[in-house]
Design a protein. Structure first.
Length: 555
């Protein structure tokens, strides 16, 4: 890899622009299908993946429209307004002042976040690679690359009897840029900010100017107020790189020490805030503890190869070959370039971070697809191409080899895109609500006292804070305190075997103000609230009713 890079031309940025628009249009197709195919009685919620977490963000968006600090409305326990998230505060304010609904705001953000990430990928590739062919290949591999999950999908329909083995290695978005742009734009934005920090620090190292470290610190604090856990990446990778430099050069890495101090001093406040929030407030401490409820952790090393697929396999081989060549070259008085070294450290230290012993470890994979793709591209051009072109000119093979490689990494993402349309075509929970359910939540927003607790099934409850602004009894696997116990209480409440005395006790104990009763609640049991002495009909549509709770000692 040469130290001298070709200047990024306007033609290259046109290429980036065309690819970016194409990817954003393609990833918009499932949303368009969901809207256009919706039956008249159904309401598309605007989400096509991981609805439970997106409704959490929807609740934040709703609350941040009028507040700077918000309470957790996804649980029935009273709690003070202590929570802040910069991203959803900005989106909430934008929605309030623009007059756009959340679905429109979400799509605007998805496009902006996706474009930002793609521009940062190409910008970093331009900083690393000297030639256009490598930059474009790395860009496409990082953007479109996915694992070998398509093999598990084929097995599902052939040899495993309709069961998808290891579904997480197919559906996890962290590490899959295309899937993040498709349905997890906050991951795409966060990855772009991580790349921006590293790009600025590398520019600072190349130019010897510490002002770039200041810029990196400002980006890091912006990231920290949105995804605090990503500070482990933006602190950890440069620190590991500085340590390796110190070991190899046997001299103090002055620039990196100063840069790390600057970045750390600028970005520590959100980290301190997150620690204090989850250590000093019992409710938020419980929320953090319930992250284990998701049961989503970094795949084991063998499954990680399936999850990341061909790019990771090639990257591992490339890293080993680079390490061998580095030892050989150093013995001959030569040294590895700093950019190569940074990518190698990012690759190894990033892999270690993905197994940090926390319940959010899988989030550490976000952005790791970048060093994987950069190393894979290096292997493609610096090892595979010379080996294949002994009898032909490398220029005749490079584009064909890159195309074949890109085709190898795309299939799982093609499946994920098509499967969204299949899944959405069912027009059912959680991607759709009945319009009557939405009307009931709008009524609750207009007529129920603020902060009323609404009792419902999870399918409705997860949307109640975001659509009505009220508090939900059961809404989210982590944000709802004592989630599993409350889920059982809801199921028992609507079951026919529970007596009214027990129902009254539940409503009184948790100070429930309203009970929402519709198709989701009817699916839990045979209980019909009509005629209950402690429930008064407050709102009614053909499919959904809202009852006001009136629990006294007399009833």
């Amino acid at each position: 890899m040469s130290n001298t890079s070709e200047k990024t031309s306007s033609g290259e940025w046109k290429f980036v622009g065309v690819v970016t628009v194409a990817v954003l249009v393609i990833t918009s197709l499932p949303y368009a299908f969901a809207v256009l195919s919706a039956p008249p009685e159904r309401y598309f919620t605007g989400f096509i993946l991981n609805v439970s977490d997106h409704t959490q963000y929807l609740s934040w968006y709703k609350a941040f429209q009028t507040q700077y600090l918000i309470a957790n409305r996804l649980t029935s326990e009273p709690n003070p307004p202590l929570f802040f998230n910069l991203l959803w505060w900005l989106l909430g304010r934008f929605g309030r002042y623009s007059g756009l609904n959340y679905i429109a705001v979400y799509q605007i953000f998805r496009w902006l976040a996706g474009a930002f990430f793609m521009v940062m990928v190409y910008g970093l590739a331009s900083e690393i690679f000297p030639t256009v062919s490598k930059r474009r290949t790395a860009f496409l591999v990082i953007l479109l690359g996915s694992g070998l999950g398509w093999i598990l999908v084929v097995m599902k329909y052939t040899v495993t009897g309709g069961k998808l083995l290891f579904p997480l290695v197919v559906y996890v978005a962290e590490g899959n840029s295309f899937l993040s742009v498709l349905g997890y734009p906050h991951f795409a934005e966060a990855a772009g900010l991580i790349l921006a920090v590293f790009w600025l620090l590398l520019v600072g190292e190349r130019t010897g100017k510490l002002r770039y470290a200041v810029y990196a610190g400002l980006v890091a604090v912006w990231l920290g107020w949105q995804h605090t856990y990503d500070l482990l990446i933006v602190w950890g990778i440069p620190a590991a790189y500085a340590a390796v430099l110190w070991l190899l050069d046997r001299r103090w890495p002055s620039y990196w020490f100063k840069a790390l101090v600057i970045v750390g001093l600028l970005s520590w406040p959100p980290a301190l805030y997150a620690v204090l929030l989850t250590r000093l407030n019992p409710m938020w401490e419980e929320v953090l503890a319930q992250f284990a409820n998701a049961g989503v952790y970094t795949p084991s090393l063998p499954l990680l190869l399936v999850f990341m697929g061909v790019p990771l396999m090639v990257a591992l081989v490339t890293f080993a070959l680079r390490l061998r060549d580095t030892v050989t070259r150093r013995g001959a008085g030569q040294s590895v370039t700093r950019k190569e070294l940074f990518i190698g450290v990012w690759f190894i230290a990033g892999l270690a971070l993905t197994y940090v012993p926390t319940d959010f470890q899988i989030h550490m994979i976000n952005s790791w697809q970048v060093p994987v793709g950069l190393l894979a591209t290096t292997g493609l051009f610096d090892y595979m191409l010379p080996a294949l072109s002994r009898r032909r000119q490398p220029s005749q093979l490079s584009s064909k080899l890159a195309l074949v490689f890109i085709m190898l990494v795309v299939p799982t993402n093609i499946y994920l895109l098509l499967w969204r349309c299949v899944d959405l075509n069912r027009h059912n929970y959680p991607f759709y609500l009945y319009r009557d359910e939405v009307s009931a939540m709008e009524w609750l927003e207009s007529h129920a006292p603020p902060e009323s607790i609404v009792f419902s099934a999870l399918d409705d409850g997860q949307f109640i804070p975001g659509l009505s602004g009220q508090r939900a009894f059961l809404a989210h696997w982590a944000q709802t305190v004592n989630f599993f116990a409350k889920r059982d209480l809801v199921k028992g409440f609507f079951g026919e075997d529970t007596d009214d005395g027990r129902r009254r006790q539940i409503l009184r104990q948790y100070e429930v103000g309203y009970v929402l009763y519709g198709p989701a609640e009817q699916a839990l049991g045979e209980y019909v609230p009509d005629g209950s002495s402690f429930l008064q009909l407050a709102f009614s549509t053909p499919r959904v009713k809202v009852y006001r709770v009136s629990v006294t000692d007399d009833n």
